[in-house]
Design a protein around this ligand. Sequence first.
Ligand SMILES: *Cc1c(COP(=O)(O)O)cnc(C)c1O
Length: 371
Amino acid sequence: MHPTRAIIHLGNLAHNIEEIRRLVGAHRRICVPVKADAYGHGAIRIARELLVEGVSHLAVATVSEAAALRAADITAPILLFGLVIPEEYPLLVQTGCEAFVADKDQIAGLALQAKQMNTSLAVHLKIDTGMGRIGCVPQEAPSLARYILDSGLSLAGVATHLPVADSAKPQDIDFTHAQIKRFTDAVTSIRDVGIDPGIVHAANSGGILQYPESWLDMVRPGIIVYGYPSDPSSLTGHTIELKPVMKLETRVVHMKKVQKGTSISYGRTWTAERDTVIATLPVGYGDGLARSLSNRLTVRIAETDYPIVGRICMDQCMIDVGPEPAVRRWDTAVIFGPGHGADALARMIDTIPYEITCSIAPRVPRVYVTE
Ligand SMILES: *Cc1c(COP(=O)(O)O)cnc(C)c1O
């Protein structure tokens, strides 16, 4: 097997779910997004594991992601967070995933499709309380809930989404409190017209960590399941312990002594300032190691961090292991993982751990281990 691999620590995944459950209470439903191939961890395997851990719902962003789970015999309820185009309605109905709906057109279209296919379909009404992405305005919620039922669909739940729940800034905290209030008021207005809203849910990872009043009937933790807080810099309460699930590792495949003045890699952006030893690693931006990490990132070999020198290539990169290296050919090098988190790496290139794990390319084998 190729030496560059993503080791997926299922024990850490189970640990993170346990921690979330300890925080929100055992009675509360948990819906975990396995969109974007479970944030790069491998959707099918992760979905199976999550269901063993007692997660009640899965979620995806596209219908084909839902279809892949169904093809793997996963029968649990699947929420569909993204909107679909009419051409996708037949597959949506066939997978039976519970779509977010927010307008009459889409409700009518899905209802007709379900009728034509002689089956029933449950949906969740999405209310936009401040994300500005998809969702109806709160005032429309009762009439759309009524429209859903009149169309012959069933209302499995009502949801909203919180864009700054992971922030510790006072204005963001005020905004999130106001959003939660707008949402619970809208849910009340649905109940007031005699409609059962089903499962009421709002909390993403940020909501789970900072807003107990957003937990409601079900929580939707994504990034914390995979072991990272959504915004590590502004977290106030470290209420739960998270363990990164993915470790990206590779092996030293080549070592060579170079003299002071030798340049390394494309563009000759790095030159040895002393005689040293350069090791080559078979990992590059084609594997998802961002080229912008060139001359910035360090990789860890047996407790020691070594700098990547010169530009990261598509399939390889080089590290300076010093004139008298303790490193040996075939040693394992960790790019990120438990104890050497992707959050520091993400900060270096102004992004978030989500993007780092999602970017690990399909060609990198995912190797599942139980610890
Ligand atoms: C992706 C997503 C989540 C999970 O977000 P995290 O920040 O990873 O916890 C929850 N709800 C919706 C609607 C999402 O799209």
